[in-house]
Design a protein around this ligand. Structure first.
Ligand code: ADP
Ligand code: NI
Length: 215
């Protein structure tokens, strides 16, 4: 590992101490590994991919009173302290700014391959077995209900509605998680997503069966 990446790992680990379990250092580590795996199948700038994967959740607005510029400031200061070139810095900041699910719709039509890769990796970590675990952990952190048959999912919420939503954790599957498979950009991520998507469908089937106390 080169020194810049090593320093970034240390910086992110320190910053994320005490983070909610779905957005902690281990989430970053998984996204970093998945990003490297996907990058191996694409012609991308490896350094930009790794830096963006490592820094993408450094100051998530949902844990910082909605402040959407903090992550950019923190990342920019860090990259400058490491003498990273202006060009790489601006590419990394662009990814951090545009990676989020709730900002889809506001981004340009053609995304740099490095953004596509890190976004795919972040979305892969939101689905499958880990995705299920993270979602219930986040729901518990917010003190949301696991499920309520009286509350239907709300598809197509605006960014503001999505951020405020305190619906049930099961509804989050319909509002976000089950939509991700079709939003993957790269072939490698599409392949991994197919398997993880199926696992969530099976999980939901079993969940409803057990909810009704069926065997
Ligand atoms: P992003 O950080 O890409 O904008 P989100 O803010 O939607 O994505 O959340 C990231 C992860 O946090 C989700 O994949 C999910 O696991 C969890 N999460 C976010 N909102 C909710 C929610 N309302 N209920 C349960 N889990 C949630
Ligand atoms: Ni993330």
């Amino acid at each position: 590992m080169n020194t810049l990446i090593e320093n970034t790992v240390q910086f992110v680990k320190e910053k994320l101490q005490g983070a909610e379990a779905g957005h902690d250092w281990f989430h970053i580590e998984r996204v970093w590994k998945l990003s490297k795996k996907i990058a191996n199948t694409e012609a991308a700038n490896q350094e930009v991919v790794e830096l963006a994967a490592l820094l993408h959740d450094i100051a998530d607005p949902k844990f910082h009173d909605g402040d959407e510029s903090l992550a950019l400031t923190v990342s920019k200061d860090f990259l400058q302290s490491q003498n990273v070139s202006d060009e790489v810095t601006s590419q990394v900041l662009f990814i951090i700014q545009n990676i989020s699910f709730k900002n889809r719709g506001e981004v340009p039509d053609i995304l740099p391959i490095e953004l596509q890769i890190v976004q795919d990796a972040d979305r892969l970590d939101a689905i499958g077995a880990i995705g299920i675990a993270r979602t219930f952990n986040f729901g518990g952190f917010k003190n949301n209900r696991m499920y309520d048959p009286e509350i239907p999912p709300r598809i197509g919420m605006s960014k503001e509605e999505y951020k405020k939503s305190n619906g049930t954790t099961i509804n989050h599957f319909y509002e976000k998680l089950l939509l991700l498979k079709d939003l993957m950009h790269t072939e490698k991520a599409k392949e991994i997503a197919t398997k993880r998507h199926l696992l969530m469908l099976n999980f939901l089937d079993e969940f409803y069966r057990e909810w009704k106390a069926d065997e």
